[in-house]
Design a protein around this ligand. Structure first.
Ligand code: GUN
Length: 299
């Protein structure tokens, strides 16, 4: 009989709770010394279900760690001009340490134009080309929250990354590209040999079978199956697709990019969905806001 592998969960929910307590303690200290309360503002356009949930969660977490937060809402017919005006206003508001514009935006608004209008020193999402560029050459910057959260999770579980083959599935600007860049940098976590696969890759399964670490960010529910991974692999599942379900009150079930039930037994470590990457993303945004408040990255 083959020995049953012990799979360990990368418990993002638990790590995020620890980090939340660490950030809250630091905020307490800042306030006790008469320092400024960190302030995060969020712009939300329209009523997309996912965006509503994420932004509500960000605002709630701000309260929990002792930050000030501002939620600025627009209907989906808001003009690009009006949005740009608000971005400028927040850029110039000394009380606001960092702000985000929740994506996606309605089609009539040029997302990239909005992102580039944000002062990079307040860009706690790390989406501005200055932050992306600085990240890619290893300079201090705001690293976008999902990749930053994944790195922190790998670090806190002391996952060995040096010299390992990391396969990133997906090439989005928010996750795939920065993740690949970070996993190859000369650092810990990092020092990986990185392969990026995407919807056009012809040999995706063969690549996955060679991976020591898989970061799945395709947005295709249960795409990664047991026959695509080798024994002992570390898997980080970034997928959060809302799949209709009768079993939940909300009427949908958050589903990852990995078919967890069949893949998990082959893994040394794997993130659950929900409770893996999601909580790490939100807490990483909080950490970026704290860094912005302390002017730790940019004076
Ligand atoms: N939409 C999906 N993820 C994100 C994120 O991390 N930040 C923003 N602003 N929008 C998103």
């Amino acid at each position: 009989m083959e020995k049953q592998r012990q799979t360990q969960l990368l418990d993002g929910k638990a790590v995020a709770a620890t980090m939340k307590a660490e950030i809250a303690a630091e905020v307490e200290k800042i306030k006790a010394k008469g320092g400024k309360t960190p302030h995060l503002a969020a712009i939300l356009v329209g009523h997309d279900g996912g965006s509503e949930t994420y932004v509500a969660s960000k605002v709630r977490t701000c309260e929990e760690v002792g930050f000030k937060s501002s939620l600025i809402r627009y209907e989906s017919d808001v003009t690009e001009e009006e949005l740009l005006r608000k971005v400028m206003e927040l850029n110039n508001d000394d009380d606001v340490d960092g702000f985000i514009v929740q994506l996606p935006l309605p089609k009539h608004i040029a997302e990239q134009k909005i992102i580039e209008a944000i002062d990079y020193r307040k860009d706690v999402d790390g989406f501005h080309p200055i932050n992306v560029g600085r990240m890619s050459i290893g300079l201090p910057c705001f690293v976008s929250a999902t990749p930053a959260g994944i790195l922190e999770l790998l670090k806190r579980y002391e996952i060995d990354t040096k010299g390992k083959h990391c396969v990133v599935l997906g090439r989005s600007n928010i996750v795939g590209k920065p993740m690949a860049s970070l996993m190859m940098q000369k650092a810990y976590p990092g020092d990986c040999t990185v392969t990026v696969c995407h919807s056009r890759s012809e040999n995706l399964k063969e690549m996955c079978l060679q991976a020591d670490i898989i970061i799945a960010a395709l947005g295709v529910p249960e795409f990664v199956k047991a026959d695509m991974v080798k024994d002992g692999v570390v898997i980080v599942d970034v997928g959060t697709t809302r799949v209709p379900s009768d079993a939940t009150k909300s009427g949908y079930k958050l589903t990852g990019d990995v078919k967890f039930s069949e893949v998990a037994p082959k893994c040394s470590f794997i993130t659950p969905v929900p409770g893996g990457v999601g909580p790490m993303t939100i807490i990483s945004l909080m950490r970026n806001t704290l860094l912005a408040g302390k002017k730790e990255i940019y004076k």
